[in-house]
Design a protein around this ligand. Structure first.
Ligand code: 5AD
Ligand code: SF4
Length: 469
């Protein structure tokens, strides 16, 4: 048994090695005939981890099914970012408890960010003795051994490394989509924003070698993929831990040269965003003009308390630089309201920033205290009613801008990657270069087709259009 420890999780180890994943031959196909079901919560990083986990399980001989009630193994890949993510996972564990009472041989596992939280593990040890196995974000590659041990010994297995170990390459992957792919470029985060649990659950920043990334993308191009999303908790820190002169700007340039039709990347931290990166994004047509640039707050006082390392003015300067250099670029953001002791004036500063930036999309949240983070120790004098009122007001304003920005596109022709056909015949949906959802009519299209679509109508969260032949 290995339990997570926050003191260890806080440490940053720069002496990691690059190790290639291999499956233990004794375990390969050992569980042929058995089935698994996996439920994923949270961000794209977790979704992509699930693609790795599925491939590992399939090396063991397991088959995926989409009916949880019939699966031999059920795995929850969890998220810690806010309390409601926790509640969802614990709610699901409640359902699984009943299922397990009906089917004693059901194997239940939990992984992902919640597995890295000491409080969650204490809770599992105390109240969930029937959960068969738990593994953390740093030892996903141990899944075959952990699962095998849980099945053969019938004893609860909790194997969670507190901090990152080596960087594992060549983990197999079962991609869900045949033309859009996630590619990790950097793991972990060293920013330690005071509200955020990620630096503890995902460990220190570790960049993959550029050769490994480019090899993976070149293979995707050969396989007919049309879009890659470069993933990291803070992609703009890419390379800092392993190279002197090679960062996200240089990597984006090399990825652009693979000729993959569309490149996206997320998430960006404004502090690490350089002019060089902006220039590269502007230079290459296959780097999509859509940037997710979380601001979190418009108040300098709150930004400081959050440990964000920039001021409202600095954020606006970067925002303006991107808008000026990258033609037609859309910028989306994340905003937290109700940070401890946020005053009405602080909140008004956020509204002011939103009115200046008129974001194309914004994910808005009420601050949620997370275990072991510095902000969770702050006393808070803002009532939940007040926080909800602020969120409501903010949402009204951001939604207005989504619609206003979309309206500007009516009559324009936009490039769309077709994702699929909707229930109605000859009706399709896809995403524009600028990452807007568009529903459109057209004929005989396949998922993965890159087409021109004329925008006919604007809604708050999507566009309507017709194929422009
Ligand atoms: N409470 C509320 N929102 C949070 N986020 C991260 N941590 C918290 C928290 N403790 C939000 C941030 C981040 C997004 C992924 O989630 O806005 O950018
Ligand atoms: Fe969390 Fe800040 Fe790192 Fe984003 S940059 S993952 S908000 S610590």
């Amino acid at each position: 048994m290995q339990l997570p420890d926050y003191k260890e999780a806080r440490k940053r180890n720069k002496n990691y090695q690059r190790i290639e994943y291999v499956i233990d031959k004794k375990l390969k196909d050992k569980y042929q005939g058995k089935t698994y079901y996996i439920r994923t919560y949270g961000c794209q990083m977790n979704e992509h981890d699930t693609e790795n986990i599925k491939a590992i399980l399939e090396q063991l001989g397991l088959k995926e099914i989409d009916n949880m009630n019939k699966a031999d193994i059920v795995l929850l890949n969890t998220c810690s970012i806010r309390e409601n993510a926790h509640n969802k996972a614990f709610g699901m564990l409640g359902r699984l408890k009943h299922l397990k009472e009906e089917r004693k041989d059901l194997i239940v596992g939990l992984c992902g960010c919640m597995a890295q939280e000491t409080g969650v593990i204490e809770e599992i040890l105390k109240n969930y003795p029937w959960v068969n196995f738990v593994f953390g974000t740093h030892n996903m590659y141990n899944l075959p051994e952990i699962l095998d041990e849980a099945i053969t010994t019938k004893k609860q297995q909790i194997e969670v490394f507190s901090k990152e170990g080596d960087l594992i390459e060549d983990i197999p992957v079962k991609r869900e989509n045949k033309f859009k792919a996630y590619v990790n470029i950097i793991y972990g985060c060293d920013k330690f924003c005071t509200y955020c649990i990620v630096p503890f659950t995902r460990g220190g920043e570790r960049s993959r070698k550029k050769e490994d990334i480019l090899k993976e993308i070149e293979k995707l191009v050969q396989d007919g993929y049309k879009e890659v999303t470069l993933l990291g908790q803070n992609v703009n820190a890419y390379g800092k831990d392993i190279y002197d002169d090679y960062g996200l700007g240089e990597l984006l340039e090399d990825v652009a040269k693979t000729k993959i039709p569309r490149i996206r990347f997320m998430t960006s931290h404004p502090w690490d965003f350089t002019s060089k990166m902006v220039d590269v994004i502007a230079k290459y047509d296959n780097i999509m003009p859509a940037i997710h640039l979380p601001v979190q707050s418009g108040s300098d006082r709150i930004l400081k308390l959050m440990g964000r390392r920039y001021t409202k003015e600095k954020y606006l300067k970067l925002f303006k630089e991107i808008r000026e250099k990258v033609k037609g670029c859309t910028i989306s953001t994340d905003i937290i309201v109700g940070f401890p002791n946020e005053t009405e004036e602080d909140f008004e500063e956020t509204i002011d920033l939103v009115n200046i930036c008129k974001f194309d999309n914004a994910f808005t949240f009420i601050y949620s205290p997370r275990e072991n983070t510095p902000a969770a120790k702050l006393k808070d004098n803002v009532t939940i009613e007040e926080k909800e009122k602020r969120l409501y007001k903010l949402n009204e304003i951001v939604n207005g801008y989504f619609k206003e920005n979309n309206e500007k596109l009516v009559g324009e022709t936009v490039k769309v990657l077709t994702e699929g056909e909707s229930a109605k015949k000859d009706n399709y949906y896809g995403y524009t270069d600028t990452n807007k959802l568009i529903n459109f009519t057209g004929k005989k299209l396949q998922p993965g087709d890159l087409v021109n679509v004329k925008v006919t109508e604007a809604k708050t969260w999507s566009l309507d259009g017709v194929l422009d032949e």
